[in-house]
Design a protein around this ligand. Structure first.
Ligand SMILES: *[C@@H]1O[C@H](CO)[C@@H](O)[C@H](O)[C@H]1NC(C)=O
Ligand SMILES: *[C@@H]1O[C@H](CO)[C@@H](O)[C@H](O)[C@H]1NC(C)=O
Ligand SMILES: *[C@@H]1O[C@H](CO)[C@@H](O)[C@H](O)[C@H]1NC(C)=O
Ligand SMILES: *[C@@H]1O[C@H](CO)[C@@H](O)[C@H](O)[C@H]1NC(C)=O
Ligand SMILES: *[C@@H]1O[C@H](CO)[C@@H](O)[C@H](O)[C@H]1NC(C)=O
Ligand SMILES: *[C@@H]1O[C@H](CO)[C@@H](O)[C@H](O)[C@H]1NC(C)=O
Ligand SMILES: *[C@@H]1O[C@H](CO)[C@@H](O)[C@H](O)[C@H]1NC(C)=O
Ligand SMILES: *[C@@H]1O[C@H](CO)[C@@H](O)[C@H](O)[C@H]1NC(C)=O
Ligand SMILES: *[C@@H]1O[C@H](CO)[C@@H](O)[C@H](O)[C@H]1NC(C)=O
Ligand SMILES: *[C@@H]1O[C@H](CO)[C@@H](O)[C@H](O)[C@H]1NC(C)=O
Length: 802
């Protein structure tokens, strides 16, 4: 073995030190995609600023600001303290706002117009409160790799195509109001446990080993990154998302907000992202690597001491520039990226001043009350109701148990049917002392209408199921339904049994809940829900189970009980829970919701990827994404496991049938829409334009064969040619929700882009479309037995060949 001369070693070391930057340091904004005019204004503004003023626009001022994140102001340009606020379900930690249905609920509608309507209504509230940047939508971070991840419900289900469509429409809806959307969390943030270092001053830090050195590392291969986790962000960037949030966790051993390969490389270079990157709150540990990797705004920031632990950015950034660790040109780009969005959305003109204070009880700033309590709800409750009515998912409905007869005697059981005894907002951590009363301090009690943490809102009111059902009965007047007979505690078994016995229908309400910083520890129903169901069903052979669940939950006991005649999943409905449920149960609305994930039997649960709950011997916390691109039904298909509830499943009060499916080449030159048009096939916001060209059109039809008008979701699953190995057996590549009158047939058409046929080539470092014969199948869920209508398509050189 040759000895290496010392000088050579030094050269090698120097090269290695420079390597991460070369792998993808932050790159400058170009304004590509139609943002040139806003960029010119931003450049003009930046040219007038000194370094301290620039730094003010890159770092939060902590809790002395009014908002969850507040930037320092720049008087010279008349730029006020700019305001960032959670989150994906509505304005968090403020009052007189709407709590919308959660992401998972919205996804269950499979209705793009509702995705957008929700975002528009929500952003109108943010704008009216004076908020500039909305910290949502959750864009597949998490995606739902593991059902134990406590935040999956904030996002749009466990499929990158569905999430991509929802993220696209959400970004568009938010930004239509002049509010900047934040696609988050970038990237591969699939568990809460060990996401942060242990902090003694933060009792909620989920770090079971008091680990003060390591966050977990999501270890993900290049292909999985590109074919699964990156895809929804491609949609968000193509929709023109102004902001993207980086993550708490490490990616391949580097802190996510300090990883040049991720922020500079994947996002700013490959996806040609022209907006700005904000750090998740306290996700930056070191100023220089974060800034050089591409973080543009550091939150909550260390510009002033705000009680936060990471005093990064602000003075530390000034120092890094003075020390030559960060180029001032990088700071210019940070500010330019931010101000481009500010001018693009006309936030310098007629934008409402901030008129609330973040924090439910925290309406005090410096000892003074500073909340104008502006009511911004308008008619947004109607949007929330529309979403619930299309999201409520009937999983099975034997013997036509539903809709409920208007003349039956109904009993209601389960604390999930009623209001939280501690108050509708009583268990949110920020409420203060109140939360200590709640079980486990952080969980809800009473009906499960949203999860907790930054994806939560502050209920202005909450129509719980018992109230909604009673009001429904009262309003119609002529019903003989009897609600006197119910027990909401789930505790008095003798009473439960008696009331179950004497009722025509027994409604049992159960739940599974989770939230930020709280991975699920079990997939079973809370509070012994299985037992409550069994007790009631033993006495009543028309038992209907309503389960408010955050994601995959063991429901075997529901399916296997001969006396359970129907199962209903309203997901997390927000403030309009009970009245919308009543309209579906009583048949005023024909259900059309679909579960946006698969549910396995308890015996098959080992097929779910678990999260990592222990550190390795060397102190690292590896989360190895060994399942690769095989998540949810992709994995269960591969493993040969038949889910109890298939992805995309949900029944109606009518029946549907699918007609023949045909496929042909799409006319050339027609593209998936974009808010940032660029004709480049090399580099364009959201990825090369050629990826987004429509290459195939698939047509099918849906017939309503039952006796009621209704809506069905036609779902298209694409299968690669047999010769292509290592790919899922099928993947969602289209969905269309159609209203079909009874006895009628409606056509459905799907447009498939080149991206739908593409696979990331690690070797070529680009997407390639394998030649060969593809199969498209159209039907009512991912259940292969439901996908009987199919067509073939031959691809050659990335186009359909006839
Ligand atoms: C960004 O632009 C500045 C000039 O404004 C230049 O000095 C710098 O090298 C550029 N950075 C990159 C990564 O291209
Ligand atoms: C930075 O922002 C703070 C908070 O808004 C403000 O008090 C201060 O004057 C600003 N500094 C500069 C240099 O503009
Ligand atoms: C966690 O570790 C820190 C730092 O070593 C220590 O101060 C703190 O007391 C520990 N907390 C617990 C709950 O063990
Ligand atoms: C992470 O590591 C895997 C395996 O070495 C590699 O394929 C992938 O490109 C890396 N990704 C990033 C973003 O560093
Ligand atoms: C808060 O009060 C302190 C001390 O009275 C004062 O120095 C500071 O400027 C005040 N901050 C704000 C945001 O009003
Ligand atoms: C809730 O928090 C309080 C105060 O922080 C603590 O004393 C109590 O033990 C906690 N209760 C539970 C159930 O964790
Ligand atoms: C609600 O709280 C009570 C009292 O702490 C508890 O017994 C019950 O199990 C809780 N219900 C649910 C659904 O968690
Ligand atoms: C179903 O209900 C009938 C009464 O209608 C009861 O006899 C039977 O035991 C119940 N079955 C179960 C599994 O509870
Ligand atoms: C269901 O229960 C009702 C009322 O107790 C009874 O009349 C009916 O026969 C039962 N049906 C079956 C299939 O057990
Ligand atoms: C996941 O891990 C938890 C904690 O170790 C364990 O209780 C659970 O059974 C695991 N789940 C599955 C499906 O393997």
């Amino acid at each position: 073995m040759k000895t290496t001369p010392l000088s050579l070693l030094l050269v090698v070391a120097a090269t290695l030190a420079a390597a991460p930057a070369a792998l993808g340091r932050s790159i400058n904004i170009t304004g590509n995609g139609g943002w040139e005019a806003a960029l010119a204004r931003a450049r003009h503004a930046v040219a007038q600023l000194d370094l301290a003023e620039k730094v003010n626009l890159t770092t939060g001022i902590g809790s002395v600001g009014r908002c969850e994140g507040t930037l320092g102001r720049v008087d010279k340009l008349g730029i006020p303290e700019l305001c960032f606020q959670d989150g994906p379900t509505g304005v968090r930690a403020s009052d007189f706002v709407t709590v919308f249905p959660a992401g998972v609920t919205t996804a269950a509608t499979f209705n793009r117009d509702l995705f957008e309507a929700r975002a528009e209504a929500m952003a109108a509230e943010f704008r009216a409160k004076g908020i500039h940047v909305l910290l949502g939508p959750v864009t597949g971070g998490p995606l739902g790799r593991s059902p134990y991840q406590g935040r999956n419900w904030e996002g749009f289900g466990a499929d990158p195509f569905l999430v991509g469509e929802a993220a696209y429409r959400s970004v568009r809806g938010i930004q239509s109001q002049g509010v900047i959307a934040t696609a988050k969390h970038f990237l591969v943030y699939e568990q809460e446990t060990f996401r942060q270092l242990y902090a003694a001053d933060d009792p909620w830090t989920l770090n079971p080993e008091n680990n003060t050195v390591n966050t977990y590392s999501a270890n993900v291969d290049d292909r999985t990154m590109h074919d699964l986790y990156l895809r929804p962000f491609q949609n968000a960037v193509r929709a023109g998302a102004g902001c993207i949030m980086c993550v708490y966790n490490q990616i391949n051993g580097t802190q996510g907000c300090e990883a040049p390969a991720v922020i500079g490389g994947l996002l700013k270079d490959e996806l040609d992202f022209q907006g700005f990157v904000v750090s998740d709150w306290s996700a930056v540990f070191n100023t220089t690597p974060a800034v050089n990797a591409g973080v543009d705004v550091i939150m909550p920031g260390g510009a002033t001491t705000g009680g936060y632990r990471n005093q990064v950015g602000g003075p530390a950034l000034l120092e890094a520039v003075r020390d030559g660790q960060v180029d001032e040109a990088r700071v210019d780009d940070m500010v330019t990226r931010f101000l481009t969005q500010y001018y693009l959305r006309n936030q310098d003109k007629d934008y409402p001043a901030v008129n609330y204070k973040d924090g439910y009880m925290g309406t005090y700033l410096n000892g003074t009350r500073v909340n104008e309590h502006r009511n911004v709800q308008a008619n947004h409750a109607a949007v929330a109701r529309d979403i619930n009515e299309e999201a409520i998912t009937v999983v099975f409905n034997h013997k036509r148990a539903l809709p409920l007869s208007k003349r039956s005697k109904v009993a209601i059981f389960g604390s999930d049917a009623a209001t939280n005894p501690y108050g509708i907002n009583g268990c949110e951590a920020w409420i203060g002392a109140g939360s200590n009363l709640c079980p486990g301090n952080r969980t809800t009690n009473g009906t499960n209408a949203m999860g907790w943490g930054s994806g939560a809102g502050y209920f202005p009111y909450l129509i719980d199921p018992a109230a909604g059902l009673q009001e429904h009965v009262r309003a119609v007047g002529s019903f003989e339904t009897n609600f006197n007979d119910y027990d909401l505690t789930g505790e008095n078994l003798a009473q439960i049994e008696r009331f179950a016995q004497i009722s025509d229908v027994a409604l049992v309400f159960v739940q599974a809940r989770s939230g930020e910083d709280s991975d699920r520890t079990s997939l079973a129903l809370e509070a012994n829900g299985d037992e409550l169901i069994a007790r009631v069903a033993a006495q009543n052979n028309n038992t209907i189970v309503v389960a408010h669940i955050v994601g995959p939950t063991y429901l075997d006991a529901v399916f296997d009980n001969e006396n359970v005649s129907a199962l209903v999943l309203p997901h997390l409905p927000g403030q309009e829970s009970g009245n919308t449920l009543a309209r579906v149960l009583y048949g005023d609305v024909n259900p059309s919701g679909k579960v946006p994930y698969s549910i396995l039997r308890r015996d098959d649960a080992s097929h779910y990827p678990n999260i990592t709950r222990q550190s390795a011997a060397d102190g690292t916390i590896p989360v190895d994404f060994t399942e690769g691109v095989f998540v949810d039904y992709r994995k269960f298909d591969r493993d040969g496991v038949t889910p109890l509830v298939h992805f995309g499943h949900g029944v109606s009060y009518t029946t549907f049938d699918f007609g023949a499916t045909s496929a042909q080449a799409a006319p050339a030159g027609d593209y998936y829409p974009t808010e940032v048009p660029s004709s480049s096939n090399k580099k364009a916001p959201g990825g090369p334009n050629s990826l987004w060209e429509y290459v195939a059109t698939v047509e099918s039809s849906v017939s309503n064969t039952g006796s009621r008008d209704g809506k069905e979701v036609a779902q298209l699953y694409l299968s690669f040619p047999d010769s292509v190995k290592g790919v899922p057996k099928k993947q969602l590549a289209g969905f269309e929700k159609v209203h079909v009158a009874k006895g009628q047939t409606e056509k459905v058409a799907f447009q498939l882009t080149r991206r739908d046929f593409a696979i990331w080539s690690v070797e070529k470092q680009e997407y390639v479309v394998p030649d060969g014969e593809y199969t498209v199948r159209v039907g009512a869920s991912a259940d292969d037995d439901q996908l009987r209508s199919s067509a073939k398509l031959t691809m050659k050189d990335g186009r359909v060949s006839s």
